[in-house]
Design a protein around this ligand. Structure first.
Ligand code: 9MR
Length: 365
């Protein structure tokens, strides 16, 4: 009798635990379909966000697909530091709070850039250009304040963005930063960011890294800075690409060259335009009239995404993150670049937030 009771209790236990295992497998399958889950053993998958999309269906999509976010604009110098004695942390704070609530990593973007800079930073009270000493002091205050505010919450910062020139014969971009300070602002920015949060991983971030001349300049600058002891700790390859560029060989060579530095790499701003790649902004032409997301465009884009992610997986030992620049085809900066008002469809989710063919291409491996 006793034996039978124990036996049947064991059987019940066994049955219950079986049901539990089956249910949890099912649960895992249902919730395990995000990009982050497919890529769990490769790298975190992120997305750039604005506070506007942190609610409703878009928020749900972010949480289910991604495990990292980057503020698209809210931590840039212009928005976050509009006047000398005034910071606006509202947007940045809400993004960090959302990330903490949902256990997402945060990449900070960006501490020093030639775009989206507040006008005051280069001018004194009389409207004259400030001296190098004044500008460096302002940069230090800015970096120290912003990095300290998010210390321990932002795991990686794009410290310096896009200082290498696109012109073959020019090394540094001819920006107000360079004209006033010379290249010293670059090393200072890294030093001050490191002082403010020694735990944050510090990136140099740039685009068109697939161009061999620009790539060589980026690599040379990073090597020189590191040789001087400047804490440039990782490289961000933005990845603003198109269905027809880069080629597989170009991408492979790009990764091989950067991986040789033995530094962490991340794809920081990925999108793949359905239009042939153009590097310069231009006016609208008659031939731009067809902006439909045709099956041909859909397939070309999916194939390019498939090629890119195959290379990303191959370089998983160097690659520590892939971040998409915008969430869905509802809105992308490419709707206005290179042609103002030309609708593009560069992401993995369509305007109804549904996965596209490109999504399937990325997760089928
Ligand atoms: O996506 C950003 C867009 O909303 C802004 O208007 C634009 C301002 O220049 O910056 C865009 O993001 C850029 C990023 O910060 C740095 N790399 C290039 C990105 C696309 O221009």
């Amino acid at each position: 009798m006793k034996f039978r009771q124990v036996h049947s209790r064991n059987i019940t236990k066994l049955l219950l635990s079986g049901i539990f295992v089956a249910l949890s497998c099912l649960g895992q399958k249902v919730s395990g379909q995000g990009l982050k889950d497919y890529y769990r053993s490769f790298f975190p998958v992120g997305v750039s966000v604005s506070p506007r999309i942190l609610q409703g269906g878009e928020a749900q999509l972010i949480i289910s697909q991604f495990n990292s976010v980057t503020p698209e604009n809210d931590m840039k110098m212009g928005p976050i530091h509009p006047r000398e004695n005034e910071y606006n942390f509202r947007g940045g704070d809400s993004i960090v709070a959302f990330a903490l609530r949902n256990k997402l990593k945060v990449r900070g973007h960006t501490l020093c850039w030639h775009n989206q800079v507040p006008a005051w930073i280069f001018k004194d009270d009389k409207g004259d250009t400030v001296s190098k000493a004044v500008l460096l002091k302002r940069l230090k205050d800015h970096i120290t304040t912003v990095v300290t505010r998010y210390k321990g919450k932002i795991y990686a910062w794009d410290v310096v963005n896009e200082v290498i020139s696109d012109k073959k014969e020019e090394f540094y971009r001819n920006s107000a930063w360079l004209r006033i300070c010379g290249p010293e602002f670059i090393e200072k920015a890294f030093q001050w960011a490191h002082e403010a949060d020694p735990g944050a991983l510090l990136f140099y971030n740039d685009y068109n890294e697939i161009d061999p001349v620009k790539r060589a300049k980026i690599i040379r600058m990073v090597k020189d800075l590191r040789a001087k002891g400047v804490p440039v700790q990782a490289i961000g390859l933005q990845g603003h690409w198109a269905f027809n560029e880069p080629s597989e060989e170009q991408l492979e060579k790009t990764f091989a060259d950067f991986a040789a530095l033995k530094l962490p790499l991340q794809i920081t701003e990925l999108d793949i335009s359905v239009y042939p790649k153009e590097h310069e902004a231009r006016g609208r032409k008659g031939s731009d009239a067809d902006t439909s997301f045709s099956p041909e465009r859909e397939n070309g884009q999916a194939e390019q995404y498939r090629r890119c992610f195959a290379v990303f997986r191959k370089y998983k030992n160097s690659l520590t993150g892939v971040t998409f620049w915008n969430l869905s085809d509802r809105r992308s900066w490419l709707d206005n670049f290179p042609v103002e008002g030309r609708k593009d469809y560069p992401l993995l989710f369509d305007r109804n937030l549904q996965p596209k063919k490109a999504f399937t291409a990325v997760v089928s491996f």
